[in-house]
Write a protein of this length. Sequence first.
Length: 95
Amino acid sequence: MPLLSGMAQDWRTSFLIEYYSESAMPWLIGMTYKAVRTARHKLIHWVHHDDCDELYDLEQDPYELQNRIGDPAYQEVCDGLHHELARLVAVSVGL
């Protein structure tokens, strides 16, 4: 109830998304990804594909049409989300 009424304290500001396609759909080889989502941004890290990460500004681009991963204006956001993704992955495995 505190969350729904806006009174929650220390509520998370991001969450982890993980997809392991090799076990769910074996015909989709190498499509595993880990992602972090905040209220404004989403960072997707493709585990088996170097240099294919994606970054979206969901406030400016709600349909995720503009990948901002290489945009210098988003470098600070990107670095912060990579750090947050690593933290969430570590927490998810008990570290």
